[in-house]
Write a protein that binds this ligand. Structure first.
Ligand SMILES: [Mg+2]
Length: 379
């Protein structure tokens, strides 16, 4: 198994102190290296360094589920028939999958993700998107966190993984594949354009073998070639997916990272250091809370139609006041514009307050722009 190599800096020497851009996101894609095979090698150290194949019976119709990097050198890859793999590497070690064990290790890995990132979207047992925008002001900080996650996985679980960091899901996913195994690749906003221009079309999200052939027949081999077409032309050739390919070639992919357990509301509340009476102070606190809510909504990629204000008075009696709107809100100033109306029906300004909270519910997903058929894993 490759050793864990600490990453010592952002490989973007020209932007060591990238200033936080408006709405900049920090998305990480993490993929465990040869996951099932690495778990087997970890559990049975005697097999470390050997070509190892996890899969079905090579004498029968078994298929390779995963293989170690040593086996890959022989041209073996997952989804190939086990019989074929045996021909390529007769001395390879064949192991039947132990699904329960992989689930167990996956849970350990996912728990580290959840521990380190506010938003985690698992794609499979060994792969996930993480959105750490809410906790990070700049790219170097986001990269440091990514390194901490990789280090924790190595030291606490015992396995290596590869990570990609960028400002959208597509770039993060492509990036994680660049320095595999045990690698980290960062694609800053400034480098995305050049990176995408030279990226092979087969690496584009949703471009499978069939689409790749069609792209080649149109003379499209890289991202740059794709931009020679109008968006509408690509739509004609590839349907809705064409528009998506066009956008990602331009570096645009607004799909949010979504955790599986959908939240029904997003809110923030604070217990004040000392009870407050003045309406102006109440406003100041609510303004801060509304910004937090805006940020959380943004990270979640949603907006909400119902605002709920929570007020707890000094004697602990608590009231909530709600308003529902026909169009969902997501911005702090939109939320704040409705706060006076909510406050008017409370004792605010007359009775001391010890806690304030703002919640948006009736959430609407803003992510439905992604064509459905593209909801495929990469490989
Ligand atoms: Mg993997």
């Amino acid at each position: 198994m490759p050793a864990y190599l600490p990453f010592t800096g952002v490989r973007t020497s020209q932007h060591p102190n990238l200033s936080p851009m408006e709405n900049q996101r920090f998305i990480i894609h993490i993929d465990m290296d040869a996951f099932f095979a690495s778990v087997e090698q970890m559990d049975n150290p005697k097999t470390a360094g050997r070509p190892l194949i996890v899969g079905g019976n090579p004498q029968g119709r078994g298929v390779v589920a995963a293989c170690s990097y040593e086996a890959r050198k022989f041209g073996i890859h997952s989804a190939m028939s086990a019989a074929n793999a045996l021909k390529l590497c007769p001395h390879a070690l064949f192991i039947r999958p132990r699904k329960d064990r992989y689930h167990e290790v996956s849970t350990q890995v996912m728990n580290i993700f959840k521990n380190c990132a506010p938003l985690v979207e698992p794609l499979s047992l060994d792969e996930a998107f993480l959105d750490i925008s809410a906790d990070h002001a700049n790219l170097p900080a986001a990269v440091r966190t990514t390194e901490q996650i990789r280090s924790r996985i190595f030291h606490e679980v015992g396995l290596t993984c590869s990570a990609g960091v960028s400002y959208n899901k597509f770039l993060a996913k492509v990036a994680s594949d660049i320095n595999k195994p045990d690698g980290l690749t960062v694609i800053p906003v400034e480098e995305a354009k050049d990176f995408l221009a030279s990226l092979a079309i087969g690496k584009f999200y949703g471009v499978g073998k069939v689409t790749e052939k069609k792209m080649h027949s149109l003379g499209v081999r890289t991202g740059q070639d794709l931009l020679r077409f109008q968006k509408i032309e690509l739509e004609r050739f590839f349907g809705k997916a064409g528009a998506f390919f066009y956008d990602i070639a331009k570096g645009i992919d607004n799909r949010p990272v979504q955790s599986r357990q959908e939240r029904k509301s997003i809110g923030s509340e604070t217990t004040l250091q000392t009870d407050i009476l003045e309406l102006q102070q109440v406003d100041e606190v609510l303004e801060k809370l509304s910004l937090k809510v805006e940020h959380a909504l943004q990270a979640k990629g949603c907006s909400g139609s119902t605002i709920t204000l929570k007020v707890r008075y000094h004697d602990f009696t608590t009231v909530t006041r709600s308003l529902t709107f026909p169009t969902p809100l997501s911005k702090a100033d939109e939320i704040m514009s409705h706060v006076p109306k909510l406050l008017r029906t409370t004792e605010a300004g007359k009775t001391k307050i010890r806690l304030l909270g703002l919640t948006l519910s009736n959430l609407t997903d803003r992510s439905q722009r992604m064509p459905r058929q593209l909801n495929l894993p990469f490989s």
